[in-house]
Design a protein around this ligand. Structure first.
Ligand code: SAH
Length: 223
C-alpha cells in the first residue's frame, strides 16, 4: 500500500516551498539572474539563522533582528551583494560582519572558502556554533574588528562588508586580490547609504555607486 506524505515521501524541509517562493518572488522576480546565487539562496535554510521568535518571518521580505541591536539583512539584499561579488568555485571570500552567519553560508555554497569576522563576541560565538552544526566546513570565523581585514589569509577575490561606514577601510582595499571585487554600504551609518562596488585590476581600483541601502554601522574596537 502506498501512503503519501509519510516516511521518505515526507517533505524533509517544511520550509523549502517558502524558500523557493522567496527566491522566485523577491530575488529572481527582481532581476537577480546569477544561477549560482539563486541556487545558494534556494539551499541555505534561512529559518535556522533567525531567532525562534521570528521563525514565521524567516522568508519574508525584510531584515530581522538577531539580538545585540543587529540584523540579518533582507533576502534580496543578500542576493544582490552576493551576485555583485561574482562568486565562483576556486575563489576565496572575506566577510566583515558575520552576524547570524547567513551571508557567509550563502557565499560558502559557491566559493571555496569564506573567512568571516564579527565584532560582537556573543554573535561570533553563536554564528560559529550554528555554521558548525550545519556542516559548513569551508567557513572560518573569528571574533574581532573587521576594519583591519584578515591579513594572514589575504588576498581575497571577494570582500563583502555587511555594516556601513563613511569610507572603505584602506586595509580592505589592500587585501583585495587583483581581479577582486569588494562590496560595501558607504555613507552616513545612521541614515541611508549607497552600495559601492570596488574592482581592482592591475593594482588600479575602480569604484561604482549602486543602490541605496540601509545597514547597521561598522563599529570599531577601542584603538
Ligand atoms: N551578514 C550578517 C548581517 C550582519 S549585520 C548576516 O548575514 O546575518 C552587521 C554585523 O556586522 C553585525 O553583526 C555587527 O555586529 C557586525 N559588525 C559591525 N562592525 C564590525 C566590525 N568592525 N568588524 C566585524 N563585524 C562588525
Amino acid at each position: 500500500m502506498l501512503v503519501s506524505g509519510t516516511g521518505f515521501c515526507q517533505n524533509k524541509d517544511a520550509y523549502e516551498s517558502m524558500r523557493n517562493r522567496m527566491v522566485d518572488d523577491q530575488i529572481a522576480g527582481r532581476g537577480i539572474s546569477d544561477q549560482a546565487t539563486l541556487q545558494a539562496m534556494r539551499k541555505v535554510p534561512r529559518h535556522l539563522f533567525v531567532q525562534v521568535s521570528y521563525l514565521s518571518e524567516a522568508y519574508s521580505d525584510r531584515p530581522l533582528p538577531i539580538g545585540y541591536n543587529q540584523t540579518i539583512s533582507q533576502p534580496c539584499v543578500v542576493a544582490y551583494m552576493t551576485e555583485l561579488s561574482k562568486p565562483a568555485k576556486g575563489k576565496i571570500a572575506l566577510e566583515i560582519g558575520t552576524g547570524s552567519g547567513y551571508q557567509a553560508a550563502v557565499l560558502a555554497e559557491i566559493v571555496d572558502t569564506v573567512y568571516s569576522i564579527e565584532i560582537v563576541p556573543e554573535l561570533a560565538k553563536e554564528a560559529a556554533a550554528r555554521l558548525k552544526k550545519l556542516g559548513y566546513q569551508n567557513i572560518i570565523t573569528k571574533y574581532g574588528d573587521g576594519y583591519e581585514g584578515w591579513p594572514g589569509h589575504s588576498p581575497f577575490d571577494i570582500i563583502i562588508v555587511t555594516a556601513a561606514a563613511d569610507h572603505i577601510p584602506q586595509p580592505l582595499k589592500d587585501q583585495l586580490a587583483d581581479g577582486g571585487r569588494l562590496v560595501m554600504p558607504v555613507g552616513n551609518p545612521a541614515a541611508v547609504q549607497e552600495l559601492i562596488l570596488l574592482t581592482k585590476k592591475k593594482g588600479r581600483i575602480t569604484e561604482q555607486r549602486l543602490e541605496p541601502v540601509r545597514f547597521v554601522p561598522l563599529k570599531r574596537l577601542k584603538q
